[in-house]
Design a protein around this ligand. Structure first.
Ligand SMILES: [Zn+2]
Length: 325
Protein backbone atom coordinates (compact mmCIF):
# COMPACT_ATOMS: atom_id res chain seq x y z
CA UNK A 1 0.00 0.00 0.00
CA UNK A 2 1.31 3.44 -0.98
CA UNK A 3 -0.26 6.80 -0.46
CA UNK A 4 -0.45 10.03 -2.45
CA UNK A 5 -1.57 13.32 -0.92
CA UNK A 6 -2.66 11.36 2.14
CA UNK A 7 -4.90 9.00 0.12
CA UNK A 8 -4.09 5.26 0.13
CA UNK A 9 -3.12 4.02 -3.36
CA UNK A 10 -2.96 0.22 -3.52
CA UNK A 11 -0.09 -1.18 -5.55
CA UNK A 12 -0.95 -2.56 -8.97
CA UNK A 13 -4.03 -0.56 -9.90
CA UNK A 14 -5.05 3.01 -10.75
CA UNK A 15 -6.47 5.06 -7.87
CA UNK A 16 -8.37 8.27 -8.62
CA UNK A 17 -8.20 11.10 -6.14
CA UNK A 18 -9.38 14.70 -6.38
CA UNK A 19 -7.11 17.55 -5.36
CA UNK A 20 -9.18 20.20 -3.57
CA UNK A 21 -8.69 23.73 -4.92
CA UNK A 22 -11.79 25.60 -3.72
CA UNK A 23 -15.48 25.75 -4.53
CA UNK A 24 -17.81 27.23 -7.15
CA UNK A 25 -20.63 29.72 -6.84
CA UNK A 26 -23.10 26.95 -5.99
CA UNK A 27 -20.85 25.55 -3.28
CA UNK A 28 -19.81 22.50 -5.30
CA UNK A 29 -16.14 21.59 -4.97
CA UNK A 30 -13.54 22.68 -7.52
CA UNK A 31 -11.07 19.82 -7.74
CA UNK A 32 -8.33 18.53 -10.03
CA UNK A 33 -8.60 14.79 -10.75
CA UNK A 34 -5.36 12.82 -10.29
CA UNK A 35 -4.72 9.20 -11.29
CA UNK A 36 -2.02 7.28 -9.41
CA UNK A 37 -0.59 3.93 -10.55
CA UNK A 38 1.99 2.46 -8.16
CA UNK A 39 4.09 -0.32 -9.66
CA UNK A 40 5.07 -3.51 -7.88
CA UNK A 41 8.73 -2.50 -7.74
CA UNK A 42 10.35 0.65 -6.32
CA UNK A 43 11.41 3.34 -8.76
CA UNK A 44 10.91 6.96 -9.76
CA UNK A 45 7.64 8.90 -9.84
CA UNK A 46 6.76 10.16 -13.33
CA UNK A 47 4.25 13.02 -13.48
CA UNK A 48 2.13 13.27 -16.66
CA UNK A 49 0.10 16.48 -17.12
CA UNK A 50 -2.52 17.28 -19.77
CA UNK A 51 -5.04 20.05 -20.43
CA UNK A 52 -3.28 22.95 -18.77
CA UNK A 53 -4.77 24.65 -21.83
CA UNK A 54 -8.41 23.72 -22.09
CA UNK A 55 -8.64 22.63 -25.74
CA UNK A 56 -5.44 20.51 -25.83
CA UNK A 57 -7.17 17.18 -25.31
CA UNK A 58 -4.53 14.97 -27.00
CA UNK A 59 -2.51 14.54 -23.78
CA UNK A 60 -5.58 13.34 -21.90
CA UNK A 61 -5.99 10.44 -24.33
CA UNK A 62 -2.23 9.73 -24.23
CA UNK A 63 -2.48 9.42 -20.43
CA UNK A 64 -5.42 7.01 -20.76
CA UNK A 65 -3.54 4.79 -23.22
CA UNK A 66 -0.26 4.87 -21.25
CA UNK A 67 -2.04 3.81 -18.04
CA UNK A 68 -3.92 1.14 -20.01
CA UNK A 69 -0.71 -0.25 -21.55
CA UNK A 70 1.33 -0.24 -18.33
CA UNK A 71 1.44 -3.62 -16.60
CA UNK A 72 1.95 -2.84 -12.89
CA UNK A 73 3.79 -6.17 -12.55
CA UNK A 74 6.56 -4.70 -14.71
CA UNK A 75 6.36 -1.11 -13.48
CA UNK A 76 9.16 0.20 -11.25
CA UNK A 77 7.94 3.34 -9.52
CA UNK A 78 4.74 5.35 -9.84
CA UNK A 79 2.83 7.09 -12.59
CA UNK A 80 1.00 10.17 -11.31
CA UNK A 81 -1.25 11.54 -14.06
CA UNK A 82 -3.28 14.75 -14.24
CA UNK A 83 -5.63 14.35 -17.23
CA UNK A 84 -7.41 17.72 -16.76
CA UNK A 85 -5.06 20.21 -15.11
CA UNK A 86 -7.36 23.20 -15.68
CA UNK A 87 -10.98 22.00 -15.36
CA UNK A 88 -12.33 25.56 -15.75
CA UNK A 89 -10.58 26.12 -19.10
CA UNK A 90 -11.57 22.63 -20.25
CA UNK A 91 -15.26 23.16 -19.49
CA UNK A 92 -15.17 26.52 -21.31
CA UNK A 93 -13.34 25.09 -24.38
CA UNK A 94 -10.78 27.83 -23.74
CA UNK A 95 -6.98 27.94 -23.67
CA UNK A 96 -7.00 30.13 -20.55
CA UNK A 97 -9.21 30.35 -17.47
CA UNK A 98 -12.20 32.55 -18.39
CA UNK A 99 -12.71 33.87 -14.85
CA UNK A 100 -9.34 35.59 -14.40
CA UNK A 101 -8.00 35.43 -17.97
CA UNK A 102 -4.79 33.72 -16.85
CA UNK A 103 -2.74 31.08 -18.64
CA UNK A 104 -2.18 28.26 -16.11
CA UNK A 105 1.16 27.35 -17.65
CA UNK A 106 2.61 30.82 -17.01
CA UNK A 107 1.82 31.28 -13.30
CA UNK A 108 3.87 28.58 -11.53
CA UNK A 109 4.57 28.03 -8.71
CA UNK A 110 1.19 29.67 -8.18
CA UNK A 111 -0.25 31.35 -5.13
CA UNK A 112 -2.39 29.75 -2.39
CA UNK A 113 -4.24 33.04 -1.80
CA UNK A 114 -4.32 34.31 -5.40
CA UNK A 115 -6.91 34.16 -8.20
CA UNK A 116 -8.33 30.79 -9.21
CA UNK A 117 -5.69 30.00 -11.85
CA UNK A 118 -2.91 30.81 -9.38
CA UNK A 119 -4.56 28.45 -6.90
CA UNK A 120 -4.81 25.67 -9.49
CA UNK A 121 -1.06 26.09 -10.12
CA UNK A 122 -0.32 26.10 -6.40
CA UNK A 123 -2.28 22.87 -5.86
CA UNK A 124 -0.54 21.12 -8.77
CA UNK A 125 2.87 22.44 -7.70
CA UNK A 126 2.70 21.53 -4.03
CA UNK A 127 1.05 18.13 -4.46
CA UNK A 128 2.11 16.75 -7.85
CA UNK A 129 5.29 18.53 -9.01
CA UNK A 130 6.99 18.27 -5.62
CA UNK A 131 6.27 14.52 -5.55
CA UNK A 132 7.77 13.89 -9.00
CA UNK A 133 11.18 12.67 -10.12
CA UNK A 134 10.45 13.62 -13.75
CA UNK A 135 7.69 15.52 -15.56
CA UNK A 136 6.07 15.34 -19.01
CA UNK A 137 3.66 18.19 -19.79
CA UNK A 138 1.50 17.59 -22.90
CA UNK A 139 0.37 20.39 -25.21
CA UNK A 140 -0.88 20.76 -28.76
CA UNK A 141 -0.65 23.12 -31.66
CA UNK A 142 -3.30 23.55 -34.28
CA UNK A 143 -2.92 21.56 -37.49
CA UNK A 144 -0.71 21.66 -39.61
CA UNK A 145 2.35 21.48 -37.36
CA UNK A 146 5.46 19.46 -36.64
CA UNK A 147 5.63 17.58 -33.34
CA UNK A 148 8.35 18.79 -31.01
CA UNK A 149 9.70 18.43 -27.45
CA UNK A 150 10.96 21.41 -25.45
CA UNK A 151 13.71 21.17 -22.84
CA UNK A 152 15.29 24.16 -21.09
CA UNK A 153 19.06 24.53 -21.46
CA UNK A 154 20.63 25.56 -18.16
CA UNK A 155 23.86 24.72 -16.39
CA UNK A 156 22.25 22.22 -14.02
CA UNK A 157 22.05 18.41 -13.75
CA UNK A 158 18.24 18.53 -14.06
CA UNK A 159 18.54 20.45 -17.34
CA UNK A 160 21.02 17.89 -18.69
CA UNK A 161 18.66 15.10 -17.64
CA UNK A 162 15.73 16.92 -19.31
CA UNK A 163 17.65 16.99 -22.61
CA UNK A 164 18.23 13.23 -22.27
CA UNK A 165 14.53 12.62 -21.65
CA UNK A 166 13.63 14.82 -24.65
CA UNK A 167 16.00 12.76 -26.76
CA UNK A 168 14.39 9.54 -25.49
CA UNK A 169 10.91 10.88 -26.30
CA UNK A 170 12.21 11.15 -29.85
CA UNK A 171 10.85 14.18 -31.77
CA UNK A 172 12.29 17.46 -33.05
CA UNK A 173 14.04 18.99 -30.00
CA UNK A 174 13.43 22.60 -28.98
CA UNK A 175 16.30 23.66 -26.72
CA UNK A 176 15.15 26.87 -25.04
CA UNK A 177 16.91 29.18 -22.66
CA UNK A 178 14.68 30.93 -20.14
CA UNK A 179 16.48 34.23 -20.65
CA UNK A 180 15.89 34.24 -24.42
CA UNK A 181 12.51 32.49 -24.79
CA UNK A 182 10.57 35.03 -22.74
CA UNK A 183 7.15 33.80 -23.89
CA UNK A 184 7.58 30.48 -22.11
CA UNK A 185 8.40 31.29 -18.48
CA UNK A 186 6.54 30.48 -15.27
CA UNK A 187 5.68 27.06 -16.68
CA UNK A 188 5.12 23.85 -14.76
CA UNK A 189 8.38 22.52 -16.20
CA UNK A 190 10.22 25.67 -15.06
CA UNK A 191 8.87 25.11 -11.54
CA UNK A 192 10.04 21.49 -11.65
CA UNK A 193 13.53 22.52 -12.82
CA UNK A 194 13.75 25.00 -9.95
CA UNK A 195 13.12 22.07 -7.58
CA UNK A 196 15.88 20.03 -9.25
CA UNK A 197 13.39 17.86 -11.17
CA UNK A 198 13.87 17.22 -14.91
CA UNK A 199 10.93 17.96 -17.17
CA UNK A 200 9.92 18.26 -20.82
CA UNK A 201 7.05 19.98 -22.63
CA UNK A 202 5.66 18.03 -25.60
CA UNK A 203 3.88 19.82 -28.47
CA UNK A 204 1.72 17.56 -30.64
CA UNK A 205 -1.31 18.14 -32.88
CA UNK A 206 -4.06 19.21 -32.64
CA UNK A 207 -6.28 21.50 -30.58
CA UNK A 208 -9.80 20.13 -30.06
CA UNK A 209 -9.08 16.92 -32.02
CA UNK A 210 -8.11 13.36 -31.11
CA UNK A 211 -5.87 12.31 -34.02
CA UNK A 212 -4.64 8.70 -33.93
CA UNK A 213 -1.17 9.50 -35.33
CA UNK A 214 -0.12 12.15 -32.78
CA UNK A 215 -1.65 10.12 -29.95
CA UNK A 216 0.45 7.05 -30.85
CA UNK A 217 3.53 9.31 -31.12
CA UNK A 218 2.78 10.61 -27.63
CA UNK A 219 2.23 7.15 -26.15
CA UNK A 220 5.45 5.82 -27.72
CA UNK A 221 7.40 8.87 -26.54
CA UNK A 222 6.07 8.57 -22.99
CA UNK A 223 6.95 4.88 -22.86
CA UNK A 224 10.41 5.78 -24.21
CA UNK A 225 10.86 8.19 -21.31
CA UNK A 226 9.69 5.47 -18.89
CA UNK A 227 12.31 3.14 -20.41
CA UNK A 228 15.01 5.82 -20.07
CA UNK A 229 14.02 6.24 -16.41
CA UNK A 230 14.20 2.47 -15.84
CA UNK A 231 10.47 2.25 -15.04
CA UNK A 232 9.59 -0.36 -17.68
CA UNK A 233 11.78 -2.85 -19.56
CA UNK A 234 12.71 -2.55 -23.22
CA UNK A 235 14.69 -0.38 -25.59
CA UNK A 236 13.73 3.14 -26.67
CA UNK A 237 11.78 2.92 -29.95
CA UNK A 238 12.36 5.38 -32.82
CA UNK A 239 9.45 7.65 -33.72
CA UNK A 240 9.14 6.22 -37.22
CA UNK A 241 6.61 8.06 -39.31
CA UNK A 242 6.80 11.34 -37.37
CA UNK A 243 8.65 13.97 -39.41
CA UNK A 244 11.62 14.97 -37.25
CA UNK A 245 14.34 17.61 -37.65
CA UNK A 246 17.08 16.00 -35.51
CA UNK A 247 19.14 19.19 -35.04
CA UNK A 248 16.10 20.91 -33.60
CA UNK A 249 15.89 24.62 -32.82
CA UNK A 250 16.51 27.17 -30.11
CA UNK A 251 13.94 29.85 -30.99
CA UNK A 252 10.31 29.79 -32.07
CA UNK A 253 9.78 32.92 -34.21
CA UNK A 254 6.06 33.67 -33.95
CA UNK A 255 5.00 35.87 -36.87
CA UNK A 256 1.76 37.86 -36.76
CA UNK A 257 -0.46 39.22 -39.49
CA UNK A 258 -0.01 42.85 -40.45
CA UNK A 259 -3.29 42.81 -42.36
CA UNK A 260 -6.52 40.86 -42.11
CA UNK A 261 -7.94 38.24 -44.46
CA UNK A 262 -7.62 34.54 -45.28
CA UNK A 263 -4.18 32.97 -44.69
CA UNK A 264 -2.68 30.89 -47.49
CA UNK A 265 0.06 28.52 -46.31
CA UNK A 266 2.90 28.40 -48.86
CA UNK A 267 5.10 25.81 -47.09
CA UNK A 268 4.75 22.58 -45.13
CA UNK A 269 5.76 21.98 -41.48
CA UNK A 270 9.42 20.90 -41.43
CA UNK A 271 10.22 22.63 -44.74
CA UNK A 272 13.34 24.83 -44.66
CA UNK A 273 13.01 28.58 -45.24
CA UNK A 274 15.57 31.30 -46.00
CA UNK A 275 15.68 34.90 -44.81
CA UNK A 276 13.14 37.00 -46.68
CA UNK A 277 11.25 34.05 -48.13
CA UNK A 278 7.48 34.48 -48.45
CA UNK A 279 5.94 31.77 -46.25
CA UNK A 280 2.30 32.86 -46.25
CA UNK A 281 -0.06 35.21 -48.04
CA UNK A 282 -3.03 37.02 -46.55
CA UNK A 283 -5.84 37.71 -49.03
CA UNK A 284 -8.99 39.67 -48.33
CA UNK A 285 -12.28 37.81 -48.82
CA UNK A 286 -12.72 39.73 -52.08
CA UNK A 287 -9.44 38.34 -53.39
CA UNK A 288 -6.98 41.20 -52.97
CA UNK A 289 -3.46 40.38 -51.76
CA UNK A 290 -3.32 42.12 -48.36
CA UNK A 291 0.10 40.92 -47.20
CA UNK A 292 3.00 38.66 -48.03
CA UNK A 293 4.45 37.27 -44.80
CA UNK A 294 8.24 36.92 -45.06
CA UNK A 295 10.51 34.95 -42.76
CA UNK A 296 12.98 37.18 -40.86
CA UNK A 297 15.18 34.14 -40.17
CA UNK A 298 16.63 31.04 -41.79
CA UNK A 299 15.13 27.89 -40.32
CA UNK A 300 12.14 25.65 -40.86
CA UNK A 301 8.37 25.82 -40.50
CA UNK A 302 7.06 24.63 -37.12
CA UNK A 303 3.37 25.32 -37.65
CA UNK A 304 0.72 27.52 -39.17
CA UNK A 305 -1.35 28.25 -36.07
CA UNK A 306 -5.06 28.91 -36.48
CA UNK A 307 -6.53 28.99 -33.05
CA UNK A 308 -10.04 29.70 -34.25
CA UNK A 309 -10.03 29.97 -38.00
CA UNK A 310 -7.76 30.31 -41.02
CA UNK A 311 -9.08 33.87 -41.26
CA UNK A 312 -7.03 36.40 -39.30
CA UNK A 313 -7.08 40.03 -38.29
CA UNK A 314 -4.07 42.26 -37.76
CA UNK A 315 -2.06 40.93 -34.83
CA UNK A 316 -3.12 37.27 -35.06
CA UNK A 317 -0.45 34.58 -35.35
CA UNK A 318 0.16 33.39 -38.92
CA UNK A 319 3.21 31.12 -38.79
CA UNK A 320 5.76 29.77 -36.31
CA UNK A 321 9.30 29.42 -37.73
CA UNK A 322 12.07 27.54 -35.93
CA UNK A 323 15.62 28.85 -35.98
CA UNK A 324 18.94 27.96 -34.35
CA UNK A 325 21.34 30.39 -32.70
ZN1 LIG B 1 -0.63 24.39 -24.47
Amino acid sequence: MHEFAGIPCPVGRVTRLDLPVGSREDGSPLEIPVLVLPGLRPGPTLLLVALQHGTEITGTEIIRQVLDQTDPEHLAGHIVAVPVANPLAYLAHSQTTPRDGLNLNRVYPGNATGSITQRLAHALYTTCVRAADAVIDFHTNSFPALHWVIAKVEDTPQSARSLELASAFGLTPGRYSRSRERQLVGTLVDAALDLGIPGILVELTAHTMLLAGPISVGVRGTRNVMKALGMIPGAVEPQDGALTIPDGFTTNNRLRAGAGGLVHHLKQPGEPVVVGEVVAQVRTPTGALAEEVRSPVAGFILSYPRFHNQAVMTGDHVVFIASRD
